[in-house]
Design a protein around this ligand. Sequence first.
Ligand code: ATP
Ligand code: MG
Ligand code: MG
Ligand code: MG
Length: 562
Amino acid sequence: MRYTQYMLNTLKETPADAEVTSHQLMLRTGMIRKVAAGIYSYLPLGLRSLRKVENIVREEMNRAGAIEILMPMVVPGELWQESGRWEQYGKELLRLKDRKEASFCLGPTHEEVVTDIVRREIRSYRQLPLNLYQIQTKFRDEIRPRFGLMRGREFIMKDAYSFDLDEAGADKAYEKMYQAYRRIFERCGLKFRAVEADTGAIGGSFSHEFMVLAESGEDAIVSCDSCEYAANVEKAELRASGQPAPAPGQELQKVLTPARKTIEDVALFLETSAERLVKTLVVQTDTGETVAVLLRGDRELNDIKLTRLLGCNWVELAPEEIVLKVTGSPSGFAGPVGLKLRILADQEVQSMADFITGANEKDAHFTGVNLGRDFTVERFADLRQAVAGDPCPRCSGKLESWRGIEVGHVFKLGTKYSAAMEATVLDDKGQEQVLFMGCYGIGVGRTVAAAIEQNYDENGIIWPMPIAPFQVLVTMVNPKDQEVREASEKLYAELLELGVEVLLDDRDERPGSKFKDADLVGIPLRVTVGSRGIKEGALELQERRNGERTMLPVADAARLLA
Ligand code: ATP
Ligand code: MG
Ligand code: MG
Ligand code: MG
């Protein structure tokens, strides 16, 4: 590609509304342009890196035996009604109507559509195991789209879904995907950890998130310094207090009997009422008990919240935690309407003992709370997250803590969707069996952004070779110099011939500004073609990552670069 025939417009200034490095650099290098909040166009340079990640993902999915399909982005509401998610999924689901008033949504994930395909196509256990995947545009109406491709509303995801006759089969499918994910992120040249993640509503099964380690990451994770243990702090087991954290869901199930409104009702209510970030929820039930629940809620209230509510976890009620207090009517969860929410100020949270014995001010009314029965002060000591230095729950090692960007997520689904949507097959005895499913997602754009978060310096991006938009940049120092032009053109042609992805900077610009752009755009290998070098019969090769320079003999340059 020739720079003069390409569309690559770099910006000198850092755009004011870009908070994290990857977003700033993707804008400055003209990889992406904003169309609306959380909605971007991928310009040529950005698209090249996206495609690189996509191809690595595709190759590894194929290698693992998954089969590529492509499902629609616009999904009929009926399918979502069948699974029950039409009601449960919050405002992240963009719902629309066609001219006949039929309901549709823009797919934020595709369990329903793929389950519908499989229940029609797959009849016998002989057609299993099956893993179907796609690389497709998703839409989630995120409450706070930000950080560019990191948290868009429209974004590209690879989503895969496995179908097996039984749980053992599903475990194998999961393991295959787990290994494929490791390969994918290794091949992308990223430093990452696969961490145990909370499974929420689906419960009972398990899940891992693939976290790219970066300071700007929205997730906190811990990993052991001497064994393989690693977990999202939301999930991390605590050993410090000598008491294990309550099992997910345990406390809530104890207090929420089926006759009452379910916690889902509360979650739905929260979804529509709360506008702030929520981390810890203290709810009072109609038995007068008060339970603290960890919500995923650091960003938005959606179905994720719902899942966290069901799979509750205890957390530290630290001063900086935002605590949401739900006060019930005397009959507890009498219905969403009766619930009032108030977010406590830091000072209030600090004096939790007062709080739990019942703050009687308006809109913060806790009746029947029994200090000692419902809570003791020691109990609150257990409500903490794992931190660096805590003993590892698996060995004698110590935990280290990191920030991470969730680039991938593998999940054992069990029969949640297949049971609701009656996706069954006949087993070897002719018996109908509900399929066991798994789902596996990778954020393609987020992976590109995460790669930049891990690979940059003050001058710009430092692409890992496997996902660099181009592998080699050939800079003509002075395109008006006949010799320079000829030597550059020759090298360019030879590199193309050898299959190297090369960008030729043939612009008539000052060398200084070309070098600045070269640093900013971050192509891993840069060959400078100048008249002095040509006279000496050598071209200068510089590596973007370490700045190392080597001289390449003109005649052999292309071969040495390929
Ligand atoms: P998050 O916790 O960041 O909101 P999620 O857990 O909701 O992500 P999943 O449903 O697990 O996301 O989707 C699979 C993958 O899709 C994620 O691991 C992430 O890489 C990517 N992804 C999810 N939401 C977005 C988004 N808004 N923008 C870009 N990528 C996303
Ligand atoms: Mg999300
Ligand atoms: Mg997540
Ligand atoms: Mg996830």
